[in-house]
Structures are given as C-alpha cells and as structure tokens.
Design a protein around this ligand. Structure first.
Ligand SMILES: [Zn+2]
Length: 335
C-alpha cells in the first residue's frame, strides 16, 4: 500500500485533535459540536468512492491521487489519497452542513474541495497548498453558473468543485487574515450544525464575519460565468484602472506592487485613478505581487485557453510590468 492511511479508532474529540488529518482538525469545532459523533469508517467498494455520513466508501485503488491522476497537475495531488481526504471532508460540508436545495450543491463540493487545500497546507506547506488550488484551475470550464435551478432538483455546473474552492481561496486572500479565515470555516460548522441551509445563509454568515459586503463577489462567481478583466493605464505618475466583465457593483480589492511597494486598490466598473506625488519616483513599474497575483481574483476561474495561447495559468505568476503579458485576457493595459 503506497497510501498513508490513518488508523482511526472510535473517535472522541481529543482523539480527533491528535490523530486526524488536519483538515479535520482545522475544521473541528468547539464544545457540543464534536464530529464523527456517530463514528467514522471507510468501507471498501468497487468504485472510486463517495461521501456517506460516518461511513465513507473507498475504492481509489489504494493509491495516492484521484483515479491515479493528480487533479492539480502539479505533482502535489500524488502526495495523498484524494478520496480519503475529499470524501472525509464532507463530514463537515455535506453531512454536518447540508444544502436545502440541490441548486446549492456547491456548499458541499466547493468547501470540500477547499478542505483538500487545508490538508495540503498543513502537511506540505502553504506554498504547496497554493500551487495545488491554482493548479486545479485548469479543470474549470465556465460552462454554466455554479448555482443551479431552484425547486427543480437541478445542480449547477461541475465548476462547483474547483471554481468553488478557488473562490473561497480568493476570499481568504481578500480577508488577509488566516486565523480569522479559519474561524469562519469553524464558525460555519457551529452556526449551521446539523442544518440544511441556503447559499444566502452561507453568504451572509461569511460577509458578517469578514466585515465586507461580498454579495457581488458571490454573484460574480456563483451566478455568472464571467471572468473579470482588470484594465489599467499609466500616464506619467497617474495609474488608472477598472474592471470589465463584472456584475454591477463588483469591487473586489486586490493588492498590486507599484514601484516595489504594495498598494491595495479597489477597482470597480468606473475608471479610478491613483496619483503619485511630484517628487516621487517616476511611476515605472506596476506589478501584481507574486503571491497575490497567484491568488488574485483576476485569473481565478478562467480556463488556460482563455489566458493565452494555451499557456497554463501558473505561468502568469510572473508579473506584468506596465503592460499585460502577451495575449493575457485577465489584465490589460491601455496606452
Ligand atoms: Zn465531493
């Protein structure tokens, strides 16, 4: 067996915190909300696997990855058994918190996809986790919205997995406070413990905790397939910028590096500008900081082919200086 399996006995809360994979540990919540209260089992089956409360089915050929491939195409996916981590993540998002209507299936799959990143981050590091989530973007199709049709037993796009996870990753970077982010994930499981909920309930809980109105961000990524485009122009010591292809009112802040200094800008659909003092250095370089660029809102969710000439999104970690990378479709400069 190449997979690292965890011996899981009947779990009390204290066992859980010592021996479980971290996504479980991270999501475990306070008193009165012990997970696995009805036990936890893996049951061998002849198909890849499926979440079932307290009885996850497993058939991933006892190998790391998912069906012997790496969903992130980075190599990181081969470091753990996808089925064990993903399907067990559903104990929180799917079993502890369930959707009211299958149109909101992303509540199960988006968050559970994100729990894979938590697992990777704990065991292999933050950079690995970022590479994993960003690598998974090549799976995003943007074929139809993530939220399906209400009252018709119709799920939305399969993008609920990777796009859902990437949206959460992006919100984490907007928040820029990891411990608070973790408290939000735990808070969701406490607030909605053993309940069926709607997307609106999840949205308003997160927005309340973050303290920022994220409704347009959720609208953009859950209810449309539009990929935001950040446009900017440099004129002397003035930088102007705006978003295109966004829902009305979309104003996601992003961090950029200007002349080597990090600045937060909040573009919207209107032209906004930032002027620098006369005695400051000539405005000669604008870059999305490497970290933020890799996690920024702009390139989240577009398919590789939409980026440029078939290049994989990860290539765009490299900074755009003054002008966008050739063919780049998510950030562009105007002369
Ligand atoms: Zn799932």
């Amino acid at each position: 067996m190449t997979t690292g399996f965890w011996r899981i006995k009947k779990m009390s809360r204290s066992d859980n915190s010592k021996k479980s994979p971290v996504c479980w540990k991270l999501l475990s919540i306070g008193s009165g909300n012990t997970l696995f209260e009805d036990s936890y089992k893996l049951v061998a089956v002849s198909y890849p696997g499926m979440e079932h409360q307290s009885s996850v089915t497993y058939g991933n050929w006892y190998r790391n990855g998912y069906r012997q491939r790496d969903v992130s195409a980075t190599g990181i996916g081969f470091k753990f058994d996808f089925i064990i981590v993903h399907e067990s993540g559903h104990e929180w998002f799917g079993n502890n918190i369930s959707m009211k209507d299958s149109a909101d299936m992303w509540i199960h799959e988006g968050f559970t996809n994100y729990s894979e990143n938590l697992f990777v981050e704990y065991h292999f590091g933050k950079k690995e986790a970022e590479d994993y989530v960003i690598g998974s973007r090549h799976n995003i199709k943007n074929d139809s919205p993530i939220i399906g049709v209400y009252g018709a037993n119709r799920e939305g796009s399969g993008d609920m997995y990777y796009k859902g996870g990437n949206m959460l990753h992006t919100i984490r970077h907007v928040l820029n406070d990891d411990s608070k982010w973790l408290s939000i994930l735990r808070g969701l499981n406490a607030e909605f413990w053993h309940q069926t909920v709607s997307t609106e309930q999840i949205e308003s809980f997160i927005a309340r905790m973050v303290g920022v109105d994220l409704s347009k961000v959720f609208d953009q990524y859950l209810r449309t397939t539009k990929i935001p485009l950040l446009k900017y122009k440099v004129n002397g010591k003035t930088l102007s910028f705006k978003y295109e292809r966004v829902v009305k009112g979309f104003a996601m802040p992003i961090r950029v590096i200007i002349n080597g200094k990090e600045v937060v800008i909040t573009p919207n659909e209107e032209n906004k500008s930032l002027s620098f003092p006369k005695r400051s250095k000539h405005l000669k370089s604008i870059a999305i900081s490497t970290l933020i660029w890799r996690n920024r809102i702009c390139n989240v969710f577009s398919r590789p082919t939409l980026h440029s000439r078939g290049a994989r999104p990860r290539r765009f970690m490299v900074i755009a200086i003054l002008q966008a990378a050739p063919g780049e479709s998510v950030i562009s400069s105007e002369k």
